[in-house]
Design a protein. Structure first.
Length: 250
């Protein structure tokens, strides 16, 4: 099993979140008003740590996998490290390092609107079929819970925020086990019976700090340089083979 893909989705989603005040809402439109209001805190340069755990819904107390990572964000620039994968993005490039395979994958950076997780979440919710959305407050926490229609790829998503800071503290999502399987078949692959139909993936975020020295933090020149029309790795990454994912990459 591999929770990496789901982890990336979670990381991308949390960047757009920030705090708001509410008691309880059971309405999708109002939920997105809340989500939009939560965006502000992640517009400031931040770094934080993340941990993912995976379990079967059949045995929720038994962890089957876990991953630790780190993320840094500054507007539309970001860096994340998760297991043996690192990704750095700036206004022009997205550089992904697959450390075990010594591969550097280069692609074109998308516009902020094209990667807006809030819009992506709207589309995902519409596709999956939402039957309940609740925003509630209790003590120091704000909790957003989204329930999906029976039989779909997602069953439930829950996000907990610290009210005083607006920081995302944890996410818990229940989704079909096949979505986590490492296979070219993806979600169409049949999950082994012992894993169960649905998986529980939880992510925890902590150690939030203002990001320092962001001016050079996302500089692509430390990874590669261009010689004519060819991309070549710098000395620090001379063991890596470069693959270009965008045909019009300049």
């Amino acid at each position: 099993m591999n929770v990496l893909r789901t982890g990336i989705i979670a990381l991308c989603s949390l960047v757009m979140l920030h705090k708001a005040s509410a008691q309880e809402v059971n309405d999708t439109a109002k939920l997105f008003v809340e989500m939009k209001a939560l965006q502000g805190v992640y517009k400031q340069p931040l770094s934080f740590d993340v941990r993912y755990t995976y379990a079967s819904e059949l045995r929720p107390g038994e962890l089957l996998d876990s991953l630790n990572g780190h993320m840094e964000i500054a507007g539309n620039k970001y860096y994340y490290q998760l297991a043996n994968t690192e990704m750095t993005a700036n206004e022009k490039y997205v550089i992904t390092l697959f450390k075990e395979d010594k591969i550097m994958y280069l692609s074109k950076s998308m516009s902020q609107n094209a990667i807006d997780p809030l819009e992506q979440m709207r589309v995902s919710m519409k596709t999956a079929g939402v039957n309940r959305c609740i925003v509630a407050e209790k003590g120091k926490l704000k909790t957003i819970t989204v329930g999906f229609k029976e039989g779909g790829p997602y069953k439930e998503l829950q996000m907990d925020f610290e009210k005083s800071s607006g920081y995302l503290l944890s996410m818990r999502y229940v989704l079909k086990t096949t979505m986590l399987m490492e296979s070219t078949g993806g979600a169409n692959t049949e999950a082994p019976a012992e894993y169960g139909e649905y998986a529980i993936v939880q992510s925890y975020y902590n150690n939030y700090k203002p990001l320092q020295s962001e001016a050079s933090q996302f500089d692509n020149t430390k990874f590669f340089y261009k010689e004519g029309s060819e991309f070549k790795p710098t000395t620090a990454y001379n063991e890596y083979k470069i693959f270009v994912g965008s045909p019009d990459l300049q």
